[in-house]
Design a binder for this molecule. Sequence first.
Ligand code: ATP
Ligand code: MG
Length: 197
Amino acid sequence: MTSLQKSALRRSLRERRRGLSVNAQRTASRNLDTQLRALPVLRSARNIALYLANDGEISPYTTLRRLSRMGKRCYLPCLRRTHLAFRSHRPGQTLRSNRFDIPEPAPRRGTDLPVAAMDVILLPLVGFDRKGNRLGMGGGFYDRTLARLSPMKRPLLIGLAHHCQEVEQLPVQSWDIPLDAVVTDKSVYWLKQRRRP
Ligand SMILES: Nc1ncnc2c1ncn2[C@@H]1O[C@H](COP(=O)(O)OP(=O)(O)OP(=O)(O)O)[C@@H](O)[C@H]1O
Ligand SMILES: [Mg+2]
């Protein structure tokens, strides 16, 4: 697949998720939480990174609220020049917009945690396939952030998606970090037996 075809694929998958109605998004977020609720790895996790939905991404906000109530430590990505940092967040705490106009937690003393200390990262995605390949927004931010860690020291990586974001086969590039699982509003796909807890 050429980079032109890759960007065309990105565009069409982004249009697809942005085309979902407000109601469909709300239902998807609830159904996603039902799928995530059943995962033992989230029950045993202490530090969990999520994200605030943007551009039609499936929203893990229902899950963020539930996990926070359970006393889990939840984190959101904060954009640095080339990488992501993870900062703790509880619903209701102050947010501010980053350079892509995506809200992120405002700086507070002692609230950043190194990526290696996350137990689970729930990642947004534009497209996924059943082999665990992930197509992101194209900035390479998750890839670069996760490349710093050796594969066995990586937090468990779970991509979150609307079921309509599945594609038969994604192009894979040397720097792409594969997912351990993908959870949609309808299904859970475990991808690497090696890392399945
Ligand atoms: N580990 C890395 N070191 C340096 N550059 C990287 C690394 N990983 C990715 N990149 C760069 O980032 C750019 C975008 O990568 P890619 O197309 O895989 O983005 P993506 O996976 O869709 O985005 P994201 O990870 O932000 O969701 C590529 O041009 C690539 O060169
Ligand atoms: Mg990538």
